[in-house]
Design a protein around this ligand. Sequence first.
Ligand SMILES: *Cc1c(COP(=O)(O)O)cnc(C)c1O
Length: 364
Amino acid sequence: MTINVTRSSMPPFEEYCEEIRELWDSHWLTNMGSKHQQLEQELKHFLGCEEIALFTNGHLALENVIEAFRLQGEIITTPFTFASTTHAIVRCGCTPVFCDIDPRTYTMDPEKLEALITDKTVAILPVHVYGNLCDVDRIGEIAARHGLPVIYDAAHSFGVFRNGVSSACFGDAAMFSFHATKVFNTVEGGAVCCRSAEIQRRLCDLKNFGIHDEETVAYVGGNAKMNEFCAAMGLCNLRHLQEEIEKRRLVAQHYDERLGGIPGLQLNAHPAEIQPNFAYYPVVFDGFRLNRDEVFARLAENGIIPRKYFYPLTSAFTCYAGKAGFDPTKTPVAAHVAERVLTLPMYADLPIETVDRICDLILQ
Ligand SMILES: *Cc1c(COP(=O)(O)O)cnc(C)c1O
């Protein structure tokens, strides 16, 4: 049997059936029904955020929040991310400006941020890569000094807390993905958490064709609403989240025991003030006997499919070839990591014996 990098978490079948039963009475399947509203309330409570808007997926949540802030110009971001982050900026008519990353957390390096700010800069859009929080204090301080909003791509960081404060609470807004492959899923889904009630109201209009009320269509909006079946999945999965993260913690701990201290392997470090979600298990092969691609091939030959996540950098994508500013050599740390990183299989029900088999294959 093939072992993939991830495997979606699902609640017990009966629990989901029970959750959707009332939809057969109400016949209300989407358009901010009772499940949608209940999930909003439960997520606000869990994340401790002031405002939330739920979306059909994380990517559209990101496009809509860029639109809600009415951004037009340059947005400083990082290329060590999923396609969605850079594409959202470009699809909204803005220009991504790529900042390099920190070699340990793989998130935006605040040391390199300020030099990229110009009079065209309209926002900062960093990514909490693998659930590692960005240096939110320093990024926030630089942004405040320049009067720029900070929107976090928090797709990887659902359930991550710093000293009890969730990743939803940093910056002016945070986008989450509830895709099937994430720590918390609604099959497909996403959210924006923000501080401003006005931005939240605009997000609600934008995700529903710009319809503000029965007779007022205020924006040229699209359709990005989370439906009731997805919201119901979210209500179920949220009940099991702590158990999900605890199981992932045990998998990560076993990997750490087997791979820790091996020369040439850089593991992901979690500072003491962070409560991680163990979303991914990245290993950087730098000076190891085998290079990343050799490890990938050896695992693949044995039915284990890790991912070169994130490789290539978004600034190296074919669709951006030849475009000014899309140059991976301008972010050498990100380019270095992208050539060497592999995310190993990581999910709640990954058997410890499989973790051992993966580690044996890497180390033998
Ligand atoms: C998953 C992901 C997204 C997109 O979310 P979807 O729900 O799949 O649309 C955006 N950014 C990052 C970093 C992601 O991992």
